[in-house]
Design a protein around this ligand. Structure first.
Ligand SMILES: Cc1cc2nc3c(=O)[nH]c(=O)nc-3n(C[C@H](O)[C@H](O)[C@H](O)COP(=O)(O)OP(=O)(O)OC[C@H]3O[C@@H](n4cnc5c(N)ncnc54)[C@H](O)[C@@H]3O)c2cc1C
Length: 483
């Protein structure tokens, strides 16, 4: 039977849920507070330059797996979309020594051995884990096995000591290496606060070609998904914010919006941050236990946010070979000092990101809930002052590492936790949900709110780690559940 379904939020999860529900014959309306869909997977146009605010890597860029199939179904990926495969996931530049996380694992292993022969045993172990992880992820992505992910992990890694090392923090694991450049590289190569499992996971996805960049990035991917939704007859209410859900007899009977709209759906799918849903739209009367627990562990499992500055660089950029993470003299960004800067020149996709010989470059540092609270505590004037200081410090750090860029850099825009929070209502201005810092911290909320029969939840917060793959998979599972 065809139902009237309202989807709250038009990010990746909301869009995917909307499309799959239309394909099942339901009538779907997506309500999105912003002037376009995409949510955190978004973009800005600044002075004629296109700024991608999301995708660094997209999971599922090989054709032979379940995630690719879901992306394809919503037209995020298709045969015409060129996938850009960089040589290195990132290069960590530590006082001039380049530690690469290359796609070719054997070449990379030999390069690491040449830099740090004293760490031979641990380097070999590191790459054998990446190779085993490739196998694990390949099984997981192709859904080849009926066994649970945890069981598969135990079967593939066999040794309890390796399994234990997967749940170490990157800093703890890095202490095994004598070479300071390797220690720094392993600690910092990846953004966010996730543990070694996540590092091996992402690096192995990259080395097998499953974490790459669809040409055109977030903007063009989201436009393709939006067009797919509209072409199937979906209804989109933009610039409209859901403000309240009225419940009678354990059912949502009315959805109110800031435009005084009142909608009476049969079923509601929420793709917004569940904490915002529970606190703001449901007046704190309901709970999702697993998410509640995760929130209580937040100091152990911080959220990932960022302070991201976008600039253009005029002319030659050959001194920066792909995404590069530099060790820098410590700069205070947010509540504490940071000693690294991730620089991402977008010259790998020149049709979109280079104009008039100027290339868009992103400067990125991690932030978390403590930084969010720090910025929130500032007065408006102080916040502006600190923001300007952050931007200057990050640009100066880039120039110190690349003196030839002096005089060629122009600031375009920036965003931090407060701007992200404002844009999507995500808790603490997170770009990804709670981090995976040990095996206990993994959670998987089933997407229901106890006590409300016609409400389903999906999106990156309903499962640990977050990111677009989680948004996609959780919405896929919810759409399958709705009859
Ligand atoms: C700088 C940056 C880099 C990133 N890099 C990557 C990457 O390389 N790879 C990757 O996989 N992921 C990356 N991410 C994370 C990724 O963008 C998110 O995990 C994903 O987009 C989350 O999707 P979602 O649909 O779950 O949530 P959201 O995108 O948060 O969608 C929720 C939607 O609900 C809307 N909304 C909220 N409240 C209301 C309301 N009351 N009424 C109506 N609408 C409402 C919001 O505006 C939003 O559109 C990055 C994010 C950022 C910011």
């Amino acid at each position: 039977m065809s139902k009237e379904i309202i989807v709250i939020g038009g990010g990746i999860a909301g869009l995917n849920a909307g499309i799959e529900l239309l394909q099942k014959g339901h009538k779907v309306t997506i309500i999105e507070k912003n002037d376009n869909v995409g949510g955190l997977c978004s973009y800005y146009d600044v002075n004629g330059f296109y700024i991608d605010t999301c995708i660094h890597w997209l999971m599922g860029t090989q054709k032979d797996n379940q995630i690719y199939e879901i992306w394809k179904n919503i037209d995020a990926l298709n045969d015409e979309v060129k996938i850009i495969r960089l040589e290195n996931f990132v290069t960590v530049n530590y006082n001039g020594a380049n530690i690469k996380f290359g796609r070719d694992l054997e070449k990379t292993r030999l390069e690491w051995l040449a830099i740090a022969p004293e760490d031979k045993r641990n380097i070999n172990k590191f790459f054998s884990i990446v190779k085993a992880m490739e196998k694990l992820m390949s099984y997981a992505l192709k859904c080849k096995s009926k066994k649970s992910f945890v069981d598969l992990t135990k079967i593939i890694f066999k040794s309890p000591s390796i399994i234990k090392s997967l749940s170490l923090s990157r800093e703890e694991y890095a202490r095994r290496f004598k070479n300071p450049a390797l220690r720094f590289a392993i600690t910092n190569m990846m953004t966010g606060y996730n543990n070694m499992f996540f590092l091996f996971d992402i690096y192995s996805l990259f080395s097998q070609g499953n974490a790459d960049f669809p040409s055109g990035g977030s903007k063009f991917m989201v436009e393709r998904i939006k067009n797919r939704f509209l072409s199937l007859g979906g209804r989109l209410l933009l610039n409209e914010e859901v403000t309240k859900l009225e419940i009678t007899n354990n059912k949502i009977v009315e959805i109110k919006t800031n435009k005084n709209n009142s909608l009476k759906p049969h079923t509601v799918v929420s793709s917004v941050d569940p904490q915002y849903l529970l606190n703001n739209l449901l007046d704190n009367k309901y709970q999702i236990n697993k998410i509640n627990k995760a929130r209580k562990r937040i100091n152990k499992n911080p959220i990932s946010s960022c302070f991201n500055v976008y600039v253009t660089v005029e002319g030659d950029l050959s001194t920066i070979n792909g995404p590069t993470l530099y060790n820098i003299d410590p700069i205070k960004i947010g509540h504490k000092e940071l000693d690294y800067l991730l620089v991402r020149p977008y010259n790998f996709d020149p049709d979109y990101f280079i104009k008039d010989h100027k290339t868009v470059v992103s400067l990125f540092v991690d932030q978390n809930q403590h930084d969010y609270h720090y910025y929130k505590s500032l007065s408006k004037d102080d916040y502006q002052k600190i923001t300007k200081q952050n931007i200057d410090l990050m640009i100066d750090s880039l120039i110190k590492k690349n003196p030839s860029l002096k005089g060629r850099i122009k600031y375009l825009t920036h965003f931090g936790p407060l701007e992200l929070k404002n844009r999507t209502h995500t808790s603490f201005g997170a770009l990804q949900s709670y981090s995976l810092t040990d095996l206990k911290s993994f959670y998987f909320a089933e997407g229901r709110v106890k006590g409300i029969k016609n409400l389903y939840c999906c999106g990156q917060w309903t499962r640990c780690i977050g990111g677009t793959p989680t948004a996609l998979l959780t919405s896929h599972q919810i759409a399958r559940k709705i009859k």
